[in-house]
Unconditional design. Structure first.
Length: 602
């Protein structure tokens, strides 16, 4: 007699036992166990191969999606000025045919030995080289790609970093108690509906640094499990986490803060369980890993540059920490709640409103007495708030909450019955926020997407939201995920528009007939925006400590008879350092009015 067991129909997202599309091997194993069958070794490895093949396919699909989106962008325009500086360095390396020579050069070095008027702002003179770089490892990794396929192929680096972020999100979600289906939701939502998507399309190091920090978080979360581990395992996990945070710190200085926060969390949990030796092993192992990569990177910088770059930036950041506290609080509010690149109070209020509505959505999902009308009203209000953001037109959206609404849901999950590991990880990610705000670079809060200094916090909170996302009703879940997709789509559209605007406007300014073009402090970043493709133009920038008279003296010493002053709104003098003004041309740059005043040698 044959007996069959009926299996109840369940939703693949709502059921915690539902298997995802790439978990068929695990599902088949459960079915065979229920039927009393035995799997052979061949069956086992066959299932593993199929699982790896499908996992590889998911990563490949995500990578292809990034390449497709990157084709919407102009290759000679960038999301930020730091990218322009990196590409300028790669172009100089390619022209010299050198893998390690990152000198961008300076045509007026003999008349401006200090580089006060170097066209690429923030360029420093180190050991006979003009350096426009913040991270050496990424430049060295990108150089072969740039040589083979230019800017388009060099984007493979941040794209691979974004794919790594997505896979780490899946791994971390499983550790937070998500089932296979929810784990893959974490993969796709982090990969295609978060700030990770935007930073995959620009030659910045954010995705690479975030992927490394995320793997450091995974190692520390593994240490939070309440089970005895052999000392060697404790050492290895602590060391792995420290190495991940240390490698991330070679590209993103805030990785040091996140590494300290998560190491402290794991160590304090071990102390709370009276495992003093384990706490000591975690701290020493993590610290050794950070120091190992930090010293290794310093050695690499000394070999390539002749001096340390990251150490200098970290020291400068630490020295300036806490200065201008009111300004830091204001920028912290914008990078957390800002719905537009503005310090106006209403843009912060929109972000606060979005956060509160997401909390209401989460609360109604756990209340049986919550009316259907209340749930629909909260979902509708959330959509309305995002319509005001998206309907405001293209532009930077700097707020973490606005660009990563799932992060708010993750906070709710942490205080409403989540796993212990989830609660500790969320607490560590949130605790790191004020420290990052205290030491982050001031002046860059507005022209950024999704709080680029606190991407790790948004990442951890978003992944923590996966079990709570499955608990939402279908309409509420659709509204929340749809808003995340919509705001990310706005970022993709803005990246495309901005890169095309830069690629169009900078050449128009550079096409002016003057022998030298001088950008004053109102457009100090102009040549970094598109200066990687100046075609040999002689350019200057009046940077910090520079004056128009000093720039004119450099022009005169070079033998040039004319120069153009690129400025906005500031009246230009009729005469300066042996030159007199003869005319003015009005152009535009990214929607701003630009005046180019022509000066001729008297």
């Amino acid at each position: 007699m044959t007996t069959t067991t009926a299996r109840p129909a369940t939703s693949t997202l709502d059921s915690p036992d539902a298997a995802g599309p790439l978990d068929t091997a695990a599902a088949r194993s459960a079915e065979e166990a229920a039927g009393g069958g035995r799997r052979t070794i061949v069956d086992h490895w066959s299932g593993r191969r199929r699982s790896w093949a499908r996992t590889f396919a998911a990563g490949l699909v995500l990578l292809i999606a990034y390449f497709g989106l990157s084709l919407l962008n102009a290759p000679k325009g960038f999301l930020g000025t730091d990218t322009g500086g990196k590409v300028a360095t790669l172009r100089a390396m390619d022209q010299r045919g050198s893998f390690t020579d990152i000198d961008v050069g300076y045509w007026a070095a003999r008349w401006d030995a200090d580089g006060t008027y170097h066209p690429l702002w923030y360029t420093t003179y180190v050991d006979g080289k003009w350096i426009q770089a913040t991270t050496v490892p990424m430049l060295l990794a990108a150089e072969p790609l740039y040589r083979l396929g230019g800017e388009r192929l060099a984007l493979l680096l941040p794209m691979l970093g974004a794919v790594a972020c997505a896979f780490t999100a899946r791994a971390l979600a499983r550790r937070f108690g998500a089932d296979g289906r929810a784990g893959w939701w974490a993969f796709w939502l982090v990969g295609l509906a978060s700030p990770v998507t935007i930073y995959a399309l620009d030659l910045w190091e954010h995705t690479l640094g975030l992927a490394l920090m995320a793997w450091g978080v995974v190692a520390m979360v593994d240490l939070l499990a309440d089970k005895a581990r052999p000392p060697r395992r404790i050492w290895l996990l602590g060391l792995a986490g420290g190495c991940a945070f240390g490698a991330a710190a070679t590209m993103r200085t805030e990785a040091l803060v996140y590494g300290a926060a998560f190491t402290a969390a794991a160590g304090l949990v071990a102390l709370g369980r009276r495992r003093i030796r384990d706490a000591w092993r975690i701290g020493v192992g993590s610290g050794f890993g950070v120091v190992l990569f930090w010293l290794g990177n310093a050695r690499l910088e000394h070999l390539v540059v002749g001096s340390g770059i990251r150490a200098g930036r970290a020291a400068g950041t630490a020295a300036g920490g806490g200065d201008g506290l009111a300004e830091r609080v204001r920028e912290g509010l914008v990078t957390t709640f800002g719905s537009r690149a503005s310090f106006d109070g209403e843009v912060v209020l929109v972000g606060v409103g979005i956060g509160l509505v997401v909390l209401v959505l989460a609360w109604t999902a756990t209340r049986r007495d919550a009316s259907h009308l209340m749930r629909l009203g909260a979902a509708g209000l959330l959509v309305l708030l995002y319509l005001t953001v998206v309907g405001g037109g293209l532009g930077f959206v700097p707020g973490l909450v606005v660009t990563t609404p799932l992060a708010v849901l993750g906070c709710w999950a942490a205080v409403s019955g989540a796993r212990f590991e989830t609660r500790v990880a969320v607490l560590a990610a949130v605790a790191a926020l004020p420290v990052v705000w205290l030491f982050q670079f001031t002046g860059g809060a507005l022209p950024q997407w999704g709080g680029r200094y606190v991407l790790c916090t948004g990442f951890v909170l978003s992944v923590a939201a996966m079990p709570a996302l499955a608990a939402l009703g279908r309409r509420e879940r659709t509204a929340l995920v749809g808003c995340a997709v919509a705001i990310t789509s706005l970022g993709v559209a803005w990246t495309s528009a901005r890169t095309h605007d830069v690629a169009r406007d900078v050449p128009k300014i550079e096409a002016q007939p003057e022998q030298v073009l001088v950008a004053d402090q109102s457009f100090a970043h102009l040549w970094r925006e598109g200066g990687a493709f100046t075609g040999g133009r002689e350019l200057l920038t009046i940077g910090s400590g520079g004056t128009l008279r000093g720039a004119a003296e450099v022009v005169g010493a070079s033998g040039a008879d004319t120069f153009g002053l690129v400025h906005s709104g500031t009246p230009a003098p009729a005469q300066v350092a042996g030159f007199h003004r003869t005319g003015r041309v009005r152009l535009s740059f990214l929607g701003l009015s630009v005046d180019v005043d022509r000066y001729v040698r008297s």
